[in-house]
Design a protein around this ligand. Structure first.
Ligand code: 26Q
Length: 749
């Protein structure tokens, strides 16, 4: 790339009479002219990341950073009277729900940054994750029309369109859109758009349509098959062009990572093409698949483990159903031969009660299977896939997640990055382990860090005031819980903790309380009623607390609307305490926890997911660990009765009672339903299934420890700084390096 010429061309852009969108498109398109994909060497192995979600966020600042021209462009446009920060109006590309989709984005970033040939395959949804606003404290969803900003960072490749066939409709066109991923090598994220008819367009219209109706399920299956089938078709054609039908070599040039089970149809499609188009015998095709595919598990929640009705798949993909069945029969025979018991065979079965288990299929075929944090990988070995682990222990491995330090440090916290530069020079940018060389005992450094934290908190306060019209308390502890709304993540427990503190303050039991602001950001799935009730409840609590003259100088609650990647980039650097309070055993890893750590927040968290590794890296005394451990949670199943528990813990009872005692308006009965779920159980859940009441007092205690420690400003800032400087392990550069070496066996370009 010719940097000078690019800058010259950017300098020539006139802003006169143009709106933000026009300027955005012009800058982006100009850059795109100078970006070329690093030529793919067909002689080396490439890896492909198959994911039904890519939560990329805003591209412009990130790309300018990677082109090495961000500061120049800021300066050039400032001179023209255009503040580059205005581009913050540009909405995120939100083609993902949460953790799994954002991880995919961080991984592509880290692969390119280090020069690994890794490319993404996914779906170009017409509408991304819904936009959220609150009306009377309740979530309202609106279509995310992200294309209204144009899509200057992708290139439509019409000529590479392929056809995908379903039995019950005319062939669907899959049109690729290529998005460059910049770094040491420029890789590609290729997203497919479904075209050809109104019916075809439905396939790529929405991210995750409801899957609780027959129609919804069919659409979901179509999405999964749609993008994986095009990708597999492409990869096989590219391979045969070069190597003919010597498929034994396929895995010498290609490794495929299945991001959870959503792309598992890729396995069946691969075998289908090899057997039916190229005449490869089934068992050989299976062996080639085994050398090619790897599977990452991201969740152990039973309701999130995909099982598809055999009948449904037969209806729209009869050949694929046939192959999945053959895999089932083949696996049964193999296990019997190997002497597995009937019970074990049942446990690993690919077809159960007329439904295909996508996870068991992935486990049976994949070469490597990984969890996303140490504890999670242990849980999948000991529980979820214990039988498969017993027979094939070598297949299983762990790769703890990571997050990209480009977006989650340099871009969102350039002040902290500059502090590192001035202490260490630029080396840390390529090797974050260098950060441990910063002397965290040095008074001056701690003071500098504290100033930066203050600046980031002020910036955040301004931003929230502008977006939500709420003025945050200055000089307060900022404690944030930002993540998808789910019962296991226990936003409800934070709500209870706030009310607990509120009543303690009212009763005069907390004389030295440091003012604290609780910041929430979360979207609840459209059809997840209980999650929506929790949003409503927190908004009710916010109204009560923020409106109470007696305490509102000490306690404040803000639930921001439409939490997304760009909002996270503001909240994370401006946070003192990161709330990571999932029920032990449920959060596979968490990645928000890592972003907070990297920006110098202490973790108030349970021993779950990557919190455990964060605590180990930064030291237990620099974090606030509380709550029941996995074994203790498991033991509760037999002994714990919430009704009895609250009788012995009256302060817990008092806050739980607010769900039903008229403290808050509950016209729709959502709060009462939460109460029922806690004390009587609901659907397949036992009472207080996520131990919200059980862990509450230990949570409040942890929050009060933060509250006390914060009084010694310097000591607290030091804890935060130690977290930040020990976060190298949680860079996705490390995670990608591990995938590259241990799973994909690829080398840097
Ligand atoms: C399941 C069945 C039918 C339709 C959809 C689904 C479905 C959809 C989304 C199942 C799972 C997901 C998303 C899971 C996810 O985001 N998991 C998160 O992955 C992160 C990256 O590894 C982890 O850090 C989080 O702990 C984990 O919750």
């Amino acid at each position: 790339m010719n940097r000078e010429k690019l800058i010259e061309e950017l300098r020539a852009i006139s802003v006169e009479g143009k709106d933000v969108k026009e300027i955005y498109i012009e800058i982006s398109q100009t850059c795109m002219k100078y970006i070329t994909e690093t030529k793919r060497k067909r002689t080396v192995k490439n890896a492909y990341y198959f994911s039904i979600e890519f939560l990329m966020g805003r591209a412009i600042y990130d790309n300018l950073l990677k082109l090495g021209i961000l500061d120049d462009v800021k300066r050039i446009f400032a001179k023209k009277g255009f503040d580059l920060n205005s581009l913050e109006e540009v909405e995120d590309a939100a083609l993902g729900n949460g953790g799994l989709g954002r991880l995919a984005a961080c991984f592509l970033d880290s692969a390119a940054a280090q020069g690994y040939p890794v490319h993404g395959y996914g779906i170009r949804y017409r509408y991304g994750l819904f936009r959220q606003r609150f009306a009377n404290g309740e979530q309202v969803e609106e279509d995310d029309d992200w294309l209204k900003w144009g899509d200057p960072w992708s290139e439509r490749k019409e000529s590479e369109t392929r056809l995908i066939r379903f039995a019950d409709m005319p062939p669907v066109k899959a049109v690729p859109y290529d998005i460059p991923v910049l770094g040491k090598t420029n890789n590609t994220l290729r997203l497919f758009q479904a075209e050809g008819s109104a019916e075809a367009e439905e396939i790529s219209k929405y991210l995750y349509p409801a899957d609780d109706t027959e129609e919804g399920k069919l659409l979901r299956i179509r999405q999964e098959y749609f993008f994986t089938a095009v990708a597999i078709g492409e990869l096989i054609d590219q391979f045969t062009c070069k190597n003919g039908k010597n498929f034994k070599q396929f895995s010498e040039f290609n490794s495929i990572q299945l991001n959870d089970t959503h792309p598992v149809f890729a396995i069946a499609e691969f075998i289908r093409i090899l057997t039916t188009v190229h005449g490869v015998p089934f068992y050989r095709a299976l062996n080639y698949a085994r050398d090619t595919f790897n599977y990452t598990n991201h969740t152990i929640l039973p309701e999130a483990l995909e099982c598809w009705d055999e009948k449904l798949i037969e209806k729209i993909l009869p050949e694929i159903a046939q192959i999945l069945k053959s895999l089932h029969v083949y696996s049964q025979r193999k296990w019997r031969r190997e002497g597995c018991s009937q019970e074990e065979i049942e446990d690993m079965s690919l077809l159960k009660n007329g439904r295909f288990s996508m996870a068991n299929t992935a486990v049976f075929v994949a070469k490597k299977i990984n969890g996303v944090a140490e504890i999670h990988s242990e849980i999948i070995k000991q529980k979820l896939f214990r039988t498969a682990y017993k027979y094939s222990p070598d297949k299983f491995t762990n790769v703890t997640n990571g997050v990209t330090p480009r977006r989650w440090l340099r871009l969102c916290n350039e002040e902290l990055a500059k502090l590192y530069d001035s202490n260490l020079g630029l080396r840390w940018r390529f090797d974050m382990t260098e950060l441990t060389e910063i002397n965290t005992g040095n008074k001056h450094t701690i003071e500098e860090f504290r100033n930066i934290k203050t600046i980031k908190k002020e910036q955040l306060a301004r931003y929230i005031e502008q977006r939500e019209g709420i003025r945050l308390l200055p000089n307060a502890i900022y404690a944030s819980q930002i993540k998808r709304l789910h019962e296991y993540k226990r936003q409800l427990m934070t709500a209870f903790a706030i009310l607990y503190l509120y009543y303690e303050l009212k009763d005069g039991n907390l004389p030295d309380f440091t003012p604290t602001v609780f910041i929430f950001g979360a979207k609840a799935a459209k059809s997840y009623r209980r999650a929506k009730s929790i949003i409503k409840y927190i908004n009710e609590i916010a109204e009560l607390v923020n409106g109470d003259q007696e305490v509102n100088h000490l306690l404040q609650v803000v639930f921001v609307q439409n939490y997304d990647v760009s909002y996270a980039e503001k909240i994370i650097p401006g946070t003192d305490a990161s709330l990571q309070v999932s029920t032990a055993g449920y959060e596979a890893s968490g990645t928000g926890n890592m972003k907070f750590m990297m920006n110098g927040a202490v973790t108030v968290g349970t021993l779950d997911g990557a919190n455990i590794e964060i605590k180990e890296a930064a030291g237990e005394h620099n974090n606030y660990i509380f709550g029941a451990k996995v074994e203790e949670i498991e033991a509760l199943a037999d002994t714990y009765n919430p009704m009895q528990y609250v009788e012995q813990h009256p302060k817990v009872k008092r806050v739980a009672d607010t769900l039903i005692d008229g403290t808050f308006e509950d016209d729709a009965g959502g709060l009462e339903e939460l109460h029922t779920a806690l004390f009587k159980g609901a659907s397949w859940h036992k009472p207080d299934n996520y131990a919200v009441l059980f862990d509450l007092e230990s949570y409040v205690d942890a929050l009060l420890r933060v509250n006390r420690d914060y009084k010694d400003n310097r000591l607290f800032a030091k804890k935060q700084l130690v977290n930040a400087t020990h976060s190298a392990f949680f860079s996705s550069d490390r995670a990608i390096e591990t995938y590259a070496k241990e799973i994909w066996k690829i080398v840097k370009a």
